[in-house]
Design a protein around this ligand. Structure first.
Ligand code: AMP
Ligand code: MG
Length: 486
């Protein structure tokens, strides 16, 4: 049975055909004995796949690109990127492939993409492979982000290849099947610009407009409208990261999607103790991508996007720069507005005047930092304080008197406890739980992974039986470091 006969999903190859200069047709490495580790059944159904088919011996090769359906032209995508501030003109998919685009049952077009599918012409020194732990990390964290309501690429499956991969030690290999609005990155525009081919840059922009921001096509200046359209979702995305305590870890321009989705989960983590300077990534030695820097970096990345798009804004370079700067000015305002509205909501103060809420939020963040208070637990427990039970949140502060004084003023504004419970998650993929799940899965026990996924994919609904998923790390866990997803 061919893959296309058993799947009703139609694959397209729009990127591969419309932007042929930006993709190298390529095939995933053959995996003799693929083994499904996890399949996202609800997502499979949303995409129109029969989950039973995908997990069958006929479906698995489709999931890892070993069976190429009719209509698909898998490509390794070319892109550039500023990595930790330094421009690399030729990055591209070194160990990934775009299988093609598929329309879900809602008709919306999405990319279906592989990570860990073997060396491509962009692999440079890399082996083209991925290992079980980091691929499951992306699966867990992306699905948690989705459940939190934050735009993100999705994870359809992780398939074990049962081949050894050499890292610091020998680790089991895996392929992640990823679904995304698209894989157009800031780095894609940088690549098109760097080719010097103005027509290619224009085609890429047209492709992005058609795919993500069709209203821009109707504007007087469509390419400036495209740039404007990218800014809002990006500002809102980073504000949402900040509100849930998410640290991406490697916000290089090749890891920023034009769609406004969170993309490329590598050394990412959710913050435990609140501290704006938090960095978990072992490769981020200077703290460039620290928690508090994320909005600044997003803005910096958008400035790089503007630079790449300049010839599309105006023939006169000076005018083009002026227009780009004007547009980029919206980022800070949109970021601040989204963040502040979100923080008010976390405090149950939706209807309260900004001037009343603002001093309270500033002061609270100071208290959380001084006390090194667990960020996720604090906001969840604060719901009880709103209901008149001060204890659970209060006991998190080494010196609770300052919190008492703050809480008295806050409660005078009548915070809405039920609304708080709908916006402050009880369960996020905490670092110690993620490590536990990945460690067990690498050893062959998928139980902890499944239980963690159950908790974090229903994050607001606090329920008995999963208490340990709401708790902070035990003292023994120690300082946390994440390693790049290789
Ligand atoms: P990332 O840090 O995952 O965003 O990747 C940065 C760049 O390195 C991209 O061009 C990747 O395709 C490439 N890369 C990362 N790991 C590997 C690997 N194991 N083999 C080949 N290329 C890789
Ligand atoms: Mg990347």
């Amino acid at each position: 049975m061919s893959a296309s006969a058993a799947s009703t999903v139609t694959f397209e190859s729009r990127f591969a055909t419309e932007l042929a200069e930006m993709g190298i047709p390529w095939k995933a490495e053959e995996v003799p004995s693929p083994r499904l580790l996890v399949l996202n059944e609800p997502l499979a159904a949303e995409l129109g796949f029969d989950p039973a088919f995908l997990s069958s011996p006929e479906g698995l090769p489709l999931l890892i690109g070993n069976a190429v359906p009719d209509g698909a032209t898998p490509v390794a995508q070319a892109y550039s990127g500023h990595q930790f501030g330094w421009f690399a003109p030729r990055l591209g998919d070194g160990r990934a492939l775009l299988l093609g685009e598929i329309a879900g049952v809602d008709g919306r077009l999405r990319d279906i993409h592989l990570k860990g599918s073997g060396r491509t012409p962009f692999a440079r020194g890399g082996d083209g492979l991925a290992v079980v732990g980091p691929m499951l990390r992306e699966y867990i964290v992306s699905e948690a982000m989705h459940a939190l309501g934050i735009p993100t690429t999705r994870s359809l499956a992780v398939v074990a290849t049962d081949r050894p991969v050499q890292r610091e030690t020998v680790l089991p290999g895996a392929v992640l099947t990823r679904i995304a609005g698209s894989h157009l990155r800031v780095g894609s525009f940088q690549y098109a610009r760097a080719t010097g081919d103005g027509a290619l840059l224009r085609r890429l922009a047209d492709h992005a407009i058609a795919r993500h921001y069709p209203d821009a096509a109707e504007a007087d200046t469509p390419y400036l409208a495209l740039f404007d359209a990218v800014i809002g979702p990006q500002a809102s995305l980073v504000a949402q990261w900040m509100l849930v305590g998410f640290i991406h870890g490697v916000m290089n321009t090749d890891n920023m999607a034009i769609s406004g989705e969170t993309i490329d989960y590598g050394p990412c983590a959710f913050m435990d103790a609140f501290d704006p300077a938090t960095v978990y990534s072992s490769i981020d030695e200077t703290g460039r991508y620290a928690y508090a820097n994320q909005p600044l970096i997003a803005e910096w990345n958008l400035a790089r996007l503007a630079e790449a798009m300049l010839p599309l804004f105006d023939d006169d370079e000076e005018l083009a720069v002026e227009r780009a700067q004007e547009s980029l000015g919206a980022f800070r305002q949109q970021y601040s507005a989204t963040w502040f509205a979100g923080m008010k909501a976390k405090l149950g103060l939706d209807g309260v005047a900004d001037d009343d809420a603002s001093p309270l939020t500033d002061e609270l963040l100071g208290l959380l930092r001084e006390g090194r208070v667990d960020y996720t637990s604090f906001f969840r427990r604060l719901g009880s304080t709103a209901r008149g039970k001060g204890g659970p949140a209060r006991s998190m502060f080494p010196e609770p008197e300052a919190f008492d004084a703050w809480a008295e003023r806050w409660r005078a504004l009548n915070p809405d406890a039920d609304a708080m419970d709908r916006i402050n998650p009880a369960y996020v993929p905490r670092n110690h739980l993620v490590e536990e799940a990945l460690g067990s899965a690498t050893e062959g026990d998928l139980g902890p992974l499944q239980r963690l996924l159950e908790a974090v994919t229903d994050p607001y609904n606090e329920r008995p039986g999963v208490e340990r998923y709401a708790e902070g790390a035990p003292e023994s866990f120690g300082p946390y470091r994440t390693f790049c997803g290789t």
